[in-house]
Design a protein around this ligand. Structure first.
Ligand SMILES: NC(=O)c1ccc[n+]([C@@H]2O[C@H](COP(=O)([O-])OP(=O)(O)OC[C@H]3O[C@@H](n4cnc5c(N)ncnc54)[C@H](O)[C@@H]3O)[C@@H](O)[C@H]2O)c1
Length: 334
């Protein structure tokens, strides 16, 4: 039985806690949040103690591992305090929005033999993982092009979340940067990005963009295209398409059901797409938790690492720099 302390019980922390509580070999014993009501709400839902004192959670005998789901700008502090307390960590993405802070964290972590898994949940989505497996098994021969479409449903999240999230490239595109590395099996070395404000004035007010198209090149010569929007009017659009001489492998969008209707208003009409990440990636979040529990039980290292989080952020920063300078950017991972 792996007993979890949840650090941050907002949107995603509350969801993770409820998934963990349903696992036969895991439990949530403590919930920490600076907002007492949030800690108490999740704690009551999963049968855990609630606290606004992080030391109470980190010092508790009945916490074997922690899940960090506080706002991004607190992750580095939470990672270092949890590592110092000797707790295995599952930390939400991104590690931070500032690569310098990530580098400092990496240096400080050398003092601990910390187990840190990064929350790139999309790797665990059965459909996206199917594309990765097909590419890795050589089903399409050499990968020539990868197309990742990742568009959020509107309206935009609350302004307070947008203010702290680090902007489109480092908050949202980072998932796609990780997906690109995951499926291609190599690290892009050149990035070119164009971006625009097409969706909602709030993004321009915050100095951010809401629409982006990115092209990347890998050492083998494969190309990757990512397109992002902060709004669709048809649900969460999440597709991954790999192309090569031997064909194409595509991960399609998900719907609540596979019913097809025919009538006076149209033919072959289907349900709208699942609304957002909590619905669309439900299976992925559960598989992510299962992988974390399994690796710890087996005494093995995490499958999604701090270094994966660092490299995805380097790519996001390269895309941002490319957009700002209107130039292709060579990527340096050292
Ligand atoms: N993997 C995914 O699909 C995914 C999806 C959404 C969010 N996230 C990530 O999860 C993190 C949290 O996002 P969210 O949408 O749940 O945000 P949120 O604002 O809903 O939740 C954050 C919680 O942390 C609490 N909090 C704020 N400051 C704190 C502090 N200093 N110490 C402890 N708790 C504090 C807040 O009270 C809130 O309950 C972000 O890093 C985000 O990038 C990942």
């Amino acid at each position: 039985m792996l007993r979890f302390g949840i650090i941050g019980t907002g949107r995603i922390g509350d969801m993770h806690a409820r998934i963990i509580a349903m696992q036969p070999d895991a439990a949530v014993t403590w919930c920490f949040d600076v907002f007492e009501e949030n800690a108490r709400r999740t704690g009551e839902a999963v049968g855990a103690k609630a606290t606004t004192d992080l030391d109470a959670l980190l010092g508790a005998d009945d916490v074997d591992a922690v899940l960090i789901a506080t706002p991004t700008n607190t992750h580095v502090e939470m990672i270092l305090r949890s590592a110092e307390a000797g707790k295995p960590i599952l930390c939400e993405k991104p590690i931070d929005v500032d690569i310098e802070r990530v580098e400092e964290c990496r240096e400080k972590l050398k003092a601990f033999n910390a187990f840190i898994q990064l929350g790139f949940n999309r790797r665990f989505d059965p459909s996206h993982a199917g594309v990765k497996d097909g590419v890795a098994n050589g089903e399409i021969g050499d990968l020539e092009m990868l197309v990742i479409t990742s568009r959020d449903p509107g309206p935009p999240p609350p302004r307070a979340i947008l203010e702290d999230c680090g902007g489109l490239f480092r908050d949202t595109t980072i998932h796609d940067m990780d997906m690109a590395r995951f499926v291609m099996g190599e690290d892009p070395i050149e990035v070119f990005a164009m971006a625009a404000n097409r969706v909602d004035p709030v993004f321009a007010e915050l100095g951010d963009v809401d629409t982006a198209m990115i092209v990347m090149r890998t050492p083998s010569g494969a190309l990757c295209h990512i397109n992002n929007s902060r709004r669709t009017n048809y649900g969460y659009d999440q597709r991954v398409e790999a192309f090569g001489e031997g064909g194409m492998i595509r991960s399609n969008n998900h719907r609540p059901s596979e019913v097809t209707r025919y009538g006076a208003k149209g033919t072959a009409t289907r349900d709208e797409l699942m609304y957002f990440f909590i619905e669309r990636y439900r299976a992925a979040y559960e598989a992510e938790i299962r992988d974390f529990i399994g690796q710890i039980a087996a005494g093995k290292p995490p499958n999604v690492t701090f270094e994966d989080g660092r490299r995805a952020l380097i790519l996001s920063e390269a895309a941002l720099k490319s957009y700002q300078t209107n130039q292709p950017v060579k990527v340096d991972y050292t």
